[in-house]
Design a protein. Structure first.
Length: 71
């Protein structure tokens, strides 16, 4: 299952994720569904300003995260 989301997470919010006070990212998909995935999956996409862009997130049949890619 592929779900597309637009993410805008500023650097300050990412610090909370790295410090462990928030481990799950919750986002609204483009089609309106609400999804959750581990925050650590965003590490390859972090810049000085945070994480910004449209991402395609793949989940398996058990709704476990398989991959994330930038669109």
């Amino acid at each position: 299952t592929f779900i597309d989301v637009d993410l805008v997470i500023d650097a300050e919010e990412l610090l909370r994720l790295y410090r462990g006070s928030a481990r799950i990212v919750s986002a609204k998909a483009i089609d309106g569904r609400r999804i959750q995935f581990p925050a650590q999956a965003l590490r390859p996409f972090v810049t000085e300003t945070g994480v910004r862009g449209r991402f395609r997130i793949e989940f398996d049949q058990a709704f476990k995260l398989v991959s994330i890619q930038v669109l």
